[in-house]
Design a protein. Structure first.
Length: 505
């Protein structure tokens, strides 16, 4: 066994960032309260942050430190994953500061710059800081301009590293994504930009690479010779909550297909990277994204849907058009299903069926690799009537694990074969519970590890897939489905035309 103390690349060593500051713009927003602050608490609780670590909140509120502290405490108590410990909070709160200001307020940004300078001595942060843009994209230009004007984005001037974290949506189409990338690149160098796709921070998603590239068992059958089709499902039981303005302008394809789902596809379909290095992994994912082919007939091979009123998990759910803030004549989709191809030697001819939707019966994200049937079955047809396709299912959430489905003999005197499943469950196999995606991703930003962050080229390639679909859908009316159903009937018909069915997720 290698000795982790001798090998600096050995990732079993606890990875603790250098002393630094994390500046959160939009710290009073939903993302900061539900994900970022709780993740910072969890990291502190796990001892993953250095003693010289400071959180700087920036927002347009007439707040003092106490108001910020109270908000942050409630957020951490309500949403943290790890147990509440007053002494951990006490330690964290001692290194939290609030800077009030609007994004066009020069004085507020000068104040922020001075605060970072002071922290160099008071907390020994050596000028290291990451700026988290937890704000609407429309506000990016103003903040980036301020970071450039004040010199806060300048590594040399700071005498340490300066990084920026950009949340999705990365633009609304290829053109706007390019503009956004140019804007960020004008202020920060490429290596200092971290684009968050929080799906890549999920343990189960990272496990796709372990499953494929650490084992000998699966790779030989991971190709069009053995694989019939791949189904990727992201079902949510929730509706659009309070995000009507954002969601109605965005729709499911831009919200989750362009990023999370195409990233999952890329990880399932990519070739083995030459090493587990950020640049190598990104290069392989990019090749897959470039090889994606669109449906020839968008009307037949894609389905958009919008939910009507119905019942989800025993509760009455309003129709999308009746959600507060949604125009009654909205044509925005809350469900999407598409059939994509990957045009390369490994995957040519294998359909990748992808579906995502709100107000479906339950929350489940999974990737199912469905294998071809055995070329010959030496059994009586009646004995294999109940035998389906072999399947390997990566259960991304909520019941994290992997399922292998295959035929087995039913006990008894006949040779009857039926599908059974073999399960790996994270909860049973490991004692530690999985960290939240944001814990991992924030830590990686502070360490400077870009492995789990898509780069600009991946983002742009993903828009190359989604833009033509959006153009073809323009002006069309989505199909409907009742809240609590598995999407519109047209989605079942789409698979039926290919002689297939959606897996019961
Ligand atoms: C976000 C989308 O990126 O992912 C939301 O904007 C969606 O619409 C969310 O609800 C789902 O994330 P998770 O981690 O709960 O699957």
């Amino acid at each position: 066994m290698t000795n982790p103390l001798r090998d600096p690349q050995d990732r079993r060593l606890p990875r603790i960032p250098e002393p630094c500051a994390l500046v959160i713009f939009g710290v009073t927003g939903d993302l900061a309260r539900k994900k970022l602050i709780p993740a910072i608490y969890d990291l502190t609780n796990r001892g993953m942050l250095p003693s010289g670590f400071v959180v700087l909140g920036f927002a347009r509120r007439d707040w003092g430190h106490d108001d910020f502290e109270a908000m942050a405490k409630t957020a951490a108590q309500e949403h943290a994953r790890t147990p509440w410990r007053e002494e951990v909070w006490g330690r964290l709160v001692g290194s939290m500061k609030f800077v009030p200001g609007a994004f066009d307020d020069d004085a507020a940004f000068d104040h922020l710059g001075r605060t970072l300078d002071e922290l160099r001595d008071s907390h020994g942060i050596h000028g290291n800081a990451a700026f988290y843009l937890s704000i609407p994209p429309a506000a990016f230009p103003a903040v980036l301009k301020q970071l450039a004007r004040t010199g806060m984005a300048d590594n040399d001037k700071a005498g340490g590293w300066r990084r920026v974290v950009v949340e999705k949506p990365f633009g609304t189409d290829l053109g706007s994504a390019r503009q956004l990338n140019d804007l960020v690149d004008d202020v920060f160098t490429g290596n200092d930009v971290f684009r968050i796709d929080h799906y890549l921070g999920k343990e189960t998603v990272q496990n796709i690479l372990a499953l494929r590239f650490a084992n000998q068992l699966f790779e030989p059958v991971w190709n069009s010779k053995y694989v019939d089709s791949v189904q990727i499902t992201m079902a949510e039981d929730v509706g659009i909550g309070t995000r009507a303005a954002f969601y109605d302008a965005t729709g499911t394809a831009r919200d989750v297909l362009q990023n999370h789902l195409l990233q999952l596809l890329a990880m399932v379909a990519m070739e083995e990277p030459t090493s587990f290095d950020a640049a190598e992994i990104r290069a392989e994912k990019l090749k897959v994204l470039r090889a994606i082919t669109l449906p020839q007939d968008v009307a037949q091979e894609t389905v958009r849907g919008q939910y009507l009123a119905g019942w989800v998990s025993g509760e009455r759910a309003a129709a999308y058009k009746d959600e507060e803030g949604v125009p009654p004549d909205s044509k925005t989709e809350t469900y999407v299903a598409v059939k994509l191809g990957v045009q390369n030697r490994r995957w040519a001819g294998v359909p990748f069926y992808i579906r995502a939707g709100k107000r479906l019966p339950r929350r489940v994200t999974e990737i199912a690799v469905l294998f071809k049937k055995a070329p010959h079955l030496p059994f009586h047809p009646a004995d294999v009537e109940m035998l389906g396709r072999n399947q390997l299912v990566v259960r991304v959430q909520p019941d994290e694990g992997v399922t292998l489905k295959f035929g087995s003999k039913v006990p008894g005197t006949a040779m009857e074969v039926r599908d059974i499943t073999m399960d790996f469950q994270y909860g049973e196999a490991f004692t530690d519970t999985s960290p939240e995606a944001y814990e991992r991703l924030i830590l990686d930003v502070l360490i400077g590890d870009r492995t789990l962050f898509p780069d600009a080229a991946e983002v742009e390639q993903s828009w190359r897939v989604v833009d033509p679909l959006e153009a073809a859908w323009k002006g069309t009316t989505p199909e409907t489905y009742r809240a609590g159903e598995w999407g519109p009937r047209a989605a079942d018909e789409m698979l039926a035309r290919d002689g297939r069915r959606w897996r019961r997720a």
